[in-house]
Ligand binder design. Structure first.
Ligand SMILES: C[S@@+](CC[C@H](N)C(=O)[O-])C[C@H]1O[C@@H](n2cnc3c(N)ncnc32)[C@H](O)[C@@H]1O
Length: 247
């Protein structure tokens, strides 16, 4: 486990400031960081990626500020090490693909739809000397993107999960999964995944704590013949779900 010296999976703000002195501009008089500020969030997460995971990450100016710790905790719920994995929608940081490569020694393929995010992902993969194979998606999910006949131990994704565009921090491609509860993208993914999983293979989805969304995906997964495990874990104050579907 990549822990800081205090034994915690986290990085004290004062340590992040040593790495990025610009963070001083976002501290209050008690040394607390203004995490509502996007630039402060990016710098702090870059510091965490660097110190705890040994990764140099460049964030796209408008993309989701992917936090490394939540992604690591998610991967730990289903990776043991050495698996052949596929990530759908790696985003501009390629964070999960890089962690799977570097910390879990996986053989990683990752896809991304957005042109600019794809270029950033490529930069992050090259900057870290990672062996991740990056594939540009044309809007399809697995079929037609991944060569026919190829198979994986695990297919994972932090899928778009909103039912419609939101005013928040996500771009439409990052955010909108479609369907009644935002489940449509995930449902398509688990449907296609069956043809690309090795025997005993699994799909793992990183999801927020939205009950109707989880219920819709679990229901669909069981109909498709998966056995489903819902692993809940806490990141800061928020609950997250790792939905693990096994064939
Ligand atoms: C919620 S974001 C997750 C990004 C990143 N994996 C993370 O952990 O933060 C979903 C990502 O999927 C991408 N995406 C959307 N549709 C896609 C598709 N059909 N194929 C590949 N990527 C897609 C989006 O551009 C976005 O980068």
């Amino acid at each position: 486990m990549p822990l800081w010296k205090d034994g915690k999976l986290g990085l004290p703000v004062r340590e992040a400031v040593k790495l990025f002195p610009e963070l001083n501009d976002y501290l209050d008089e008690r040394g607390r960081l203004d995490l509502s500020n996007r630039r402060a969030r990016i710098l702090y997460n870059r510091a965490i990626a660097k110190v705890l995971f040994g990764l140099e990450i460049e964030y796209h100016p408008h993309g989701l500020v992917t936090p490394p710790i939540s992604r690591y905790l998610f991967l730990k719920t289903f990776l043991r090490g050495g698996e052949k994995v596929l990530e759908i929608g790696t985003g501009h940081t390629a964070m999960m693909a890089l962690i799977a490569d570097k910390l879990f020694d996986c053989e990683v393929t990752a896809t991304e739809l957005d042109e600019e995010f794809f270029e950033y992902a490529r930069g992050n993969i090259e900057r870290n000397g990672a062996k991740v194979r990056l594939i540009k998606s044309d809007g399809r999910i697995i079929r037609g993107v991944i060569p026919e006949g190829e198979s994986f131990d695990v297919i994972f994704s932090a899928p778009p999960y909103y039912e419609r565009p939101t005013k928040g921090v996500l771009t439409e491609r990052e955010g909108v999964g479609g369907g009644k509860y935002g489940e449509a993208f995930s449902v398509r993914l688990i449907g296609e995944a069956r043809d690309y999983l090795r025997p005993g293979g699994r799909v793992a989805l990183f999801l927020p704590n939205k009950k109707p969304l989880i219920k819709a995906i679990v229901g669909r997964g069981e109909k498709l013949g998966y056995s489903v495990r819902d692993v809940k874990f806490k990141v800061g104050t928020r609950w997250r779900h790792s939905l693990i579907l096994r064939l």
